[in-house]
Ligand binder design. Structure first.
Ligand code: ZN
Ligand code: ZN
Ligand code: ZN
Length: 304
């Protein structure tokens, strides 16, 4: 008898009922065979053509989900978000591992990566971010301790390396150096600074002049200013100023004068936006002599 012969070759019945096939087709699957026990079917996905095991109950009462298609979506989200898929997190079904472009392994929620794939938010590597912020701080002689105790997203907690004082400082100010240690008083507004005139030759040949102030060594100035190695840059002149505070005021006055008296010399930002990390305060080379003359007048004043 058929029934006994099936029972000897498998521990569960192999019959596939027509209404199961109909339900499977309606839900995007074909039935390959019965497997495991009397409750399971091996389904073939019409979308990806791969097989997975499903409970008959699930097939008949809800929509079976193809695990391969789900994984494909996770991988596609990862790629769209600029990440490499590195597998699910075995500890938490909402999480997976991803490899960031920097090479670090990030543990993220599927939802979060999906939003990043849609461009709603960013996936940032916190290790690299922390490293970057630590470098910014040490360039100013400070140490990054951690997030702001007052929970302001724009602030961090830092320690002054030379005096040990711990202080909340806005990260933007740490980047530019425009802050002061409230313990020892060292900082941009009291430290000597200088105005500089820099000559720039863009990759396409345009010659420009940048007028600015800085308390940084020249090498860092180049690093902060230039986006690519294509740009040729050279500091033509510097004028030492007694404090950063004064330097900023003088610099602002010079830009205002140049704008008013030599509007044709102001270079349009489109010209240099892809090569320089500044949005203004750049002039055509024909303004060089005018700027030199202004600086000569300032130097004479500072010397007296
Ligand atoms: Zn599938
Ligand atoms: Zn990283
Ligand atoms: Zn200090």
């Amino acid at each position: 008898m058929t029934h006994t012969s099936i029972a000897t070759s498998a521990a569960f019945p192999l019959t596939i009922h027509p209404h199961w096939r109909a339900a499977a087709e309606a839900k995007g699957f074909g039935i390959l065979q019965r497997i495991k026990d009397r409750y399971h079917l091996l389904l073939s996905c019409h979308t990806c053509r791969r097989a997975h095991s499903s409970k008959i109950f699930v097939l008949m009462n809800s929509q079976p989900q193809c695990p391969h298609c789900i994984q494909d979506r996770w991988q596609a989200d990862a790629e769209a978000a600029g990440l490499k898929w590195a597998g699910r997190d075995p500890e938490d079904r909402h999480y997976a591992h991803y490899i960031a472009p920097c090479g670090h392994n990030l543990r993220r929620q599927f939802e979060m990566v999906k939003r990043a794939a849609e461009g709603v938010c960013d996936v940032r590597c916190e290790l690299c971010q922390q490293h970057k912020e630590q470098e910014e701080a040490s360039a100013q002689g400070w140490e990054l301790i951690g997030p702001d105790p007052n929970r302001n997203q724009n602030y961090r907690l830092y320690r002054h390396a030379s005096c040990g004082h711990v202080q909340r400082i806005a990260r933007a100010n740490m980047q530019t150096g425009r802050f002061q240690c409230s313990n020892c008083g060292e900082g941009w507004s009291s430290a000597p600074s200088f105005l500089y005139v820099m000559q720039l030759k863009l990759a396409k040949g345009a010659k420009l002049i940048k007028l600015g102030y800085s308390r940084d060594p020249i090498s860092r100035l180049y690093h902060q200013l230039l986006k690519t190695k294509e740009t040729e840059a050279q500091v033509l002149r510097t004028v030492p100023i007694s404090s950063g505070h004064t330097a900023v005021q003088i610099e602002k006055g010079l830009h205002a004068r140049l704008k008013a008296e030599h509007p044709d010399s102001v270079a349009p930002p489109d010209l240099y936006a892809h090569e320089l990390r500044v949005k203004s305060e750049v002039y055509f080379a024909d303004a060089t002599q005018v700027i030199f003359a202004m600086l000569d007048a300032i130097r004479a004043e500072e010397d007296t």
